[in-house]
Design a protein around this ligand. Sequence first.
Ligand code: FAD
Length: 378
Amino acid sequence: MYDLIVIGGGPAGTSAAITAARSGARVLLLERGRFPRHKVCGEFVSAESLDLLAALLDSQYAALQHDAIRIPRARLYLDGRVLETAVDPPAASIARLDLDAALWHSAKSAGVEARHQVTVQRIVRGPGAAPFRILTGGGEFETRALVSASGRWSNLSAKPAKIGGNREKWVGLKAHFAEPSPEMSVDLYFFEGGYCGVQPVDINGENSNHQLPDRRLANHGRVNACAMVRPEVGSTLAEVFARHPALDERSRKWQPLSDPVSTSPLIFRDPQPERDGILMAGDAAGFIDPFVGDGISLALRSGSLAGQCLMPFLVGEISLHDAAHQYRQTYERRLAPVFRASSRIRRMLVLPRVLRTPLLFLLENTPAITRYVVSKTR
Ligand SMILES: Cc1cc2nc3c(=O)[nH]c(=O)nc-3n(C[C@H](O)[C@H](O)[C@H](O)COP(=O)(O)OP(=O)(O)OC[C@H]3O[C@@H](n4cnc5c(N)ncnc54)[C@H](O)[C@@H]3O)c2cc1C
């Protein structure tokens, strides 16, 4: 019998597991994949969660957060214009290959029993206050409390119609490339049918995990190109790059450093932080449009919050119902506003061009308003 089982070993799951284990809970963390692995992600880690990330990481991984490249500005390439704004405080750029593996190992160091390549198949809830039974390919486990951090879409997700998700189809694509002297900026290239973000994740092979494979690339940095597009745009990054003249030209200087990875479906929906006494964390609670660069931050923060809210129940002070209620309320107050702000900005970006052009003109010429709009997604 565990105090807590956490399903999913991404940023949300590891954050919940580490938080609860450090407070003395007996925690089992189940992950169907294994680390390290590349994941479709822009790898932009917003500043709001950097202190939390530093606190979650075991001291042997401190450099990952501390030495990560900082991204102090964003450029939006849209309708032939370039809208530039400060990212203040600067975000960090951390490859998921490193981030997820470091969090996984930090969970183990915190005393979490972490098992990879175990897929949760079903969750069975007993009557009343009976514990949860977790059925997996590798056996059955019982737990007093459960956090589902199984990501945006998994065998455990409810059907999109049931959770009120949109039915638009989107695909995510990503790969790393070598680029000569990349700029310290997150660049978002918008085009009909989607957008692609580009940012450096390593310069001159300074991070030993990312040494460039060829000495001829000595003055190059590693950039991450990550796109979210409609299926008709294409299924390869080359097709995506061809959609935007400035991106097309830029990408001609690149050399691939990783195999591309892809993911679908991407379903945006309003957050649902709790379901039948199960605390939902990260993308499992709600998936936010990636262009605001807040998914990892929300995952870390909601995971940690779930771990904290469960502790009074685990030490016998309150019921599971009350702990779940506390989590839902705090989530609604602290995290849900970001979802609303991001949907408003998304609606602006998909406005008909005739309405969008004057709006962009306004933003381009009044940096204070642009900063305000960006701050609303924080
Ligand atoms: C195109 C794109 C670009 C993005 N760019 C950014 C960005 O730049 N910055 C940012 O902050 N966010 C970005 N995001 C969002 C970010 O990737 C997610 O918000 C983040 O990964 C959420 O973390 P999580 O722990 O909730 O889920 P995940 O990282 O998806 O982890 C869930 C884990 O659960 C495991 N799992 C699933 N089902 C089971 C099961 N049944 N049993 C056991 N394990 C299971 C999975 O294998 C996975 O490892 C982007 C997303 C996309 C699609």
